[in-house]
Design a binder for this molecule. Structure first.
Ligand code: ADP
Length: 852
C-alpha cells in the first residue's frame, strides 16, 4: 500500500461484547470469552475464517453478553474499537472458554445492527483514519501547541522512570517514532486509569478533545510518581524498577501514613546506628569499615536482602566490647581459699592453677602457655575453669568444641554467604560484653576435621599469643584484639589433640577420684547443691556416708562424680515428693482450724473433696523427718544395684585374669578369658582388638610356648607343645568397645598360664604391663587411673612394671594403704605374684651340667 493512503476496515463487522477493560486503538488486550454469542463469534469467524479480513472484529466495551442464546441483546455502546484477533487459546477448564488476544486498530461507530444471532453483526463507520505510520510531519502541523504540550508531559513521565529498564527504553522509542495522534490512546492504556476514563477517551472522537482529556491524566500520573519518589528517596532505584515493570499498577500508588511512619522510624534507626558507631570505641580500621558500610546502608532499599545483612553486621560491630573490660582483682590468698572452698581434693591441679595466677599477678601480662586440663569426664575440669574466672573477677564463657569440624565455626563465615555469621569466639565476646573474659574451650580433643577446613588450625591462631592480638574473624573482616582473653582448654585425652595445638598448651592431668574423695565431694559439695536445687533442707533428708559409698560402688562406675551427682539428684527428687506430700497433709488440719471466715470454708471443702477422690491409697502418715536414706530406700529409689562385686565369681575357673585398662573415661578393670579346644594350633581373638593388642597376644603365646617346659605347662594331651592339636580362644569382654595398647601383655600371659596349668589366678589381683619376647615387663601409662579403678573394684593386689614405681607417688596415701603393689620386671615375678603360693619354675638342669 502506498505511503499516506488510508487503510479501511470492513463496513460490516462481527461484534465482540466485552464487560471488563476497554480496548483502545494501538493497544493490546487479553480477554476471556465464555458467553454463547462471543463463543459463536470465535468459532465460526475466527477459527473457521481464512482471510485476514475475517480476523478483524469490532470490540464493544461495557456490555456483557447475555448468558443464554435466547436472551435479547442488551443495548450496545455506540462506539467501539475495530480490532485484530492476534491469538485464540481455547480451554475446557473450568468450563469451555477461549482467551483472545486482540490489538485495537481504530474507532468505529455502529450505524445499524444487521443481525443478532448467532453473534451480532453491524454495519459500521470508521471514525479514525488508519494510516501507515510514515508521515509524521503532516500530523504535527495539524495538532500544533496542544500536541506539543501533550508530548512534553509524556516525555517527562517516561523520564521519571528508570531508562535502564528495557520496557521503559522501548516506551521512550515509541514516543519518538509513533505519530502523535496515536499517543493519547496508547498512553492512556499504559498509565493507571479507570475503565470509565478509558471509555471517555474512546468516546472522544475528535483528536483535539482526546489530547485535552489525556493531559490531566498524565499530569496526575506524574504528580503521583513525584510523591512516591520523595517519600521513598533511599530506595529510588528499586521503585523505579517496580514502577517501570508494572506501570499501571504502581504509579499512582500513594503510600499510606503508617508506611510513612515505619520508614521514618527505620531512617531514625540508621541515624542512631551511625551515632553509635561514631561514639563507640572501636579500632580505627573497624571504624573506617563501619562508616563505609553505613554509607552504603543509607543508599540501600530496605527490601534488599543485603540491607538486613549490613545492618546486622553494623549492630554486631557496635555491640562488640572493643575497649570494655572488667578490672582484675587478683589476690592469691583469696584465690587459694576460693579454689579450696569450691573443690575438694585435686591438689596438684589447684597448685598449678595458683602458680599460674601468681605469675599473672606479678607480671601484668597474659602471654604464656594456655592451660589445658586433661582427665575423665566429671572430675571438675569445667568447674575449676569457672572458679578461675571467679577468683579473677572476670566473666566466664564456655565454648563447646565437641564435634566442631568446620573452621568457620571458629573463624566465622564470610559475609558473602547467605546466613553468614561470626565464629564462636566473636559470638562469645558479644555475649559476655567485655574483652577480657575467661574462655573455656571445652573438649579440644573432640575437634573434627572435614572438607570445610580444619578448626584446629583456626584455633591455633586464636591461642597463639603472638598472633591473637589481631585475630580476624571472616565475618567481621577487621582485626579484633584477643590478647586480653584468658583461654583455658579441657580434654579427656591428649591422644587426639592435634600436635600443633598441643604444643601451645600446658597439660595438667586431672585424674579420677578415689572412693573416699568421692564421699567427701558428695557430702561437701554435691549433696548441699542438690538439696538447694530441690528446695530441701538437711532437716528433711539425711544421706549417711555408707549410703554414699553404696551409691558410688553399686550404682556408679566412673572416674569422676557426674553420675554420682545425678543419682543424688534422683534421690532428692524422690524425697521432695515425700516431703511435699507430708506438708500437704500437715497443713490441712491447720486450715480447718483457722477456717472460720467464708473464704476459708470454701477452701476446706475443696481440699477435702480432692482428697476423697485421689487419696484413698495414700493414707499413710507423713514420713518422719529427716528422711533417712538407707540401702532399702536406695533400692526403692534407684532400683536394684547396677554393679555387683563379681570379681571372685568370675575367677572361679582357670583361664581368667584381671587386667587394668586406661580409657579416656578413666581407668577400668578388664577380664581376660581364654579357653582351649581340639584344633590345629590356631589362635582366635575376639573383643574388638587393635593391632597392638593382637601382637601382645601372639607375643604372650610365643613366650609361653618357649617356656612351657620350665613352667610345666601342657596342652590337653599332656604335650609341652601347647598348640599341638589345640586351638586357643582369647576373649576381652565389652566387645563393643575398641581396645588397643600394649599394657594387656602380662594379663594375657597370666591368663594363658592359668589355662595351661589348670590353676586359678588369685581373685584379688589385677595387673598391667607390656611384655617382650624375652619375658621382660616394660612400663605403661595411666597407672594412677588404673590403680584407682582396681581400688574401686575392691581388688587388693596390683602387679605393675617395676619402672612404673615412680607413678605410685601420685596416688593418695589412703588408696596406697589399701593396696599391695607388686613391682615386676620380668614375667617370672608376675606369675609368682598372680598365683597363690607362687608359680613353680622347674630348675634348669642343664645349668648343673657345666662342662667347665
Ligand atoms: P568435667 O568438666 O571434668 O567433665 P565438671 O566440671 O562439669 O566436670 O564437673 C561435674 C560436677 O562435679 C560439677 O558439678 C562439679 O562442681 C562437681 N565436681 C567435680 N569435682 C569436684 C570437686 N573436686 N569438688 C567439688 N565438686 C566437684
Amino acid at each position: 500500500m502506498a505511503a499516506g493512503s488510508a487503510i479501511q476496515i470492513p463496513s460490516r463487522l462481527p461484534l465482540l461484547l466485552t464487560h471488563e477493560g476497554v480496548l483502545l486503538p494501538g493497544s493490546t488486550m487479553r480477554t476471556s470469552v465464555d458467553s454463547p454469542r462471543n463463543m459463536q463469534l470465535v468459532r465460526s469467524r475466527l477459527l473457521k475464517g481464512t482471510s485476514l479480513r475475517s480476523t478483524i472484529i469490532g470490540v464493544i466495551p461495557n456490555t456483557s453478553d447475555p448468558t443464554s442464546d435466547c436472551d435479547d441483546l442488551p443495548s450496545l455502546h455506540r462506539i467501539g474499537t475495530a480490532a485484530l484477533a492476534v491469538q485464540v487459546v481455547g480451554s475446557n477448564w473450568p468450563k469451555p472458554h477461549y482467551t483472545l488476544l486482540v490489538t485495537g486498530l481504530c474507532r468505529f461507530q455502529i450505524l445499524q445492527l444487521l443481525k443478532e444471532k448467532p453473534y451480532p453483526v453491524a454495519e459500521v463507520e470508521q471514525l479514525d483514519r488508519l494510516e501507515q505510520f510514515t508521515n509524521q510531519h503532516k500530523s504535527e502541523e495539524e495538532l500544533g501547541e496542544l500536541s506539543e504540550q501533550f508530548y512534553k508531559y509524556a516525555v517527562q513521565l517516561v523520564e521519571m522512570l528508570d531508562m535502564s529498564v528495557p520496557a521503559v527504553a522501548k516506551l521512550r522509542r515509541l514516543l519518538d517514532n509513533l505519530p502523535r495522534e496515536a499517543l493519547p490512546d496508547i498512553l492512556t492504556s499504559i498509565i493507571r486509569t479507570s475503565n470509565q476514563e478509558k471509555l471517555q477517551i474512546l468516546d472522544a472522537v475528535r483528536l483535539e478533545e482526546r489530547f485535552k482529556m489525556t493531559i490531566p491524566l498524565l499530569v496526575r500520573q506524574i504528580e503521583g510518581l513525584k510523591l512516591l519518589q520523595k517519600t521513598r528517596k533511599p530506595k529510588q532505584d528499586d521503585d523505579k524498577r517496580v514502577v517501570a515493570i508494572r506501570p499501571n499498577r504502581r504509579i499512582n500508588h500513594i503510600p499510606s501514613t503508617t508506611e510513612d511512619e515505619e520508614e521514618e522510624e527505620d531512617h531514625d534507626d540508621v541515624v542512631m546506628l551511625e551515632k553509635k558507631i561514631r561514639t563507640s570505641s572501636m579500632s580505627e580500621q573497624a571504624l573506617k569499615v563501619c562508616l563505609k558500610e553505613i554509607k552504603r546502608l543509607k543508599k540501600m532499599p530496605q527490601s534488599m536482602p543485603e540491607y538486613a545483612l549490613t545492618r546486622n553486621y553494623l549492630e554486631l560491630m557496635v555491640e562488640l566490647p572493643w575497649n570494655k573490660s572488667t578490672k582484675d582483682r587478683l589476690e592469691i590468698r583469696a584465690a587459694r581459699i576460693l579454689l579450696d572452698n569450691d573443690h575438694y581434693a585435686m591438689e596438684k591441679l589447684k597448685k598449678r592453677v595458683l602458680e599460674y595466677l601468681a605469675v599473672r599477678q606479678l607480671k601484668n601480662n597474659l602471654k604464656g602457655p594456655i592451660l589445658c586440663f586433661v582427665g575423665p569426664p566429671g572430675v571438675g575440669k569445667t568447674s575449676v575453669g569457672r572458679s578461675i574466672a571467679k577468683t579473677l573477677g572476670r566473666e566466664f564463657h564456655r565454648i563447646a568444641l565437641g564435634g566442631v569440624c568446620d573452621q568457620s565455626d571458629i573463624r566465622g563465615h564470610r559475609r558473602t554467604y547467605v546466613g553468614s555469621m561470626p565464629g564462636r569466639i566473636i559470638n562469645g565476646l558479644k555475649t559476655v560484653g567485655v574483652n577480657n573474659p575467661v574462655f573455656l574451650l571445652d573438649e579440644v580433643d573432640k575437634l573434627g576435621k572435614s572438607l570445610q577446613g580444619d578448626p584446629a588450625a583456626a584455633l591455633l591462631e586464636v591461642l597463639d599469643p603472638e598472633q591473637n592480638h589481631s585475630f580476624t574473624d571472616h565475618y567481621l573482616n577487621v582485626a579484633f584484639d584477643l590478647s586480653q582473653v584468658l583461654f583455658i582448654a579441657t580434654a579427656n585425652t591428649t591422644a587426639t589433640i592435634p600436635p600443633a595445638l598441643l604444643d601451645r598448651m600446658e597439660i595438667i592431668q586431672v585424674p579420677g577420684y578415689t572412693q573416699e574423695e568421692k564421699i567427701e565431694i558428695a557430702h561437701r559439695h554435691l549433696i548441699p547443691k542438690q538439696l538447694e536445687q530441690h528446695g530441701l533442707t538437711p532437716q528433711q533428708i539425711q544421706i549417711p556416708q555408707v549410703t554414699t559409698l553404696d551409691i558410688i560402688t553399686r550404682y556408679t562406675r566412673e572416674a569422676g562424680v557426674r553420675s554420682l551427682d545425678r543419682k543424688l539428684g534422683a534421690i532428692c527428687r524422690a524425697v521432695a515428693v515425700k516431703v511435699a506430700e507430708g506438708q500437704h497433709k500437715e497443713t490441712k488440719p491447720d486450715r480447718a482450724e483457722v477456717g472460720e471466715g467464708e473464704d476459708c470454708k470454701e477452701h476446706v471443702t475443696e481440699d477435702t473433696k480432692t482428697e476423697s477422690i485421689s487419696d484413698t491409697a495414700d493414707l499413710a502418715l507423713p514420713p518422719e523427718m529427716p528422711i533417712l536414706i538407707d540401702f532399702h530406700a536406695l533400692k526403692d529409689i534407684l532400683g536394684p544395684p547396677m554393679y555387683e562385686m563379681e570379681v571372685s565369681e568370675r575367677l572361679s575357673q582357670p583361664g581368667v585374669a584381671i587386667g587394668l585398662a586406661w580409657t579416656p573415661l578413666g581407668g577400668e578393670i578388664m577380664f581376660v578369658e581364654a579357653s582351649r579346644m581340639d584344633g590345629e594350633g590356631q589362635l582366635t581373638l575376639t573383643g574388638q582388638l587393635g593391632d597392638v593388642m593382637k601382637e601382645s597376644a601372639h607375643l604372650a603365646i610365643s613366650w609361653l610356648r618357649s617356656n612351657a617346659k620350665r613352667y610345666q605347662l601342657t596342652n590337653a594331651s599332656g604335650s609341652f607343645d601347647l598348640l599341638d592339636n589345640t586351638d586357643i580362644h582369647l576373649h576381652f569382654p565389652a566387645g563393643a568397645v575398641t581396645k588397643d595398647g600394649p599394657s594387656a601383655g602380662v594379663t594375657i600371659v597370666t591368663c594363658l598360664a592359668s589355662l595351661f596349668s589348670g590353676r586359678l589366678v588369685c581373685s584379688d589381683v589385677a595387673m598391667t604391663g607390656e611384655i617382650t619376647l624375652r619375658g621382660l615387663v616394660l612400663p605403661v601409662g595411666g597407672i594412677k587411673d588404673k590403680v584407682l579403678a582396681a581400688h574401686r573394684a575392691g581388688l587388693k593386689r596390683i602387679i605393675i612394671p617395676q619402672r612404673n614405681e615412680k607413678d605410685l607417688e601420685e596416688i593418695a596415701v589412703n588408696v596406697r594403704q589399701d593396696l599391695t603393689f607388686v613391682l615386676a620386671s620380668c614375667l617370672d615375678e608376675v606369675l609368682n605374684a598372680a598365683f597363690d603360693g607362687g608359680f613353680a619354675v622347674k630348675p634348669r638342669v642343664e645349668r648343673l651340667n657345666s662342662k667347665l
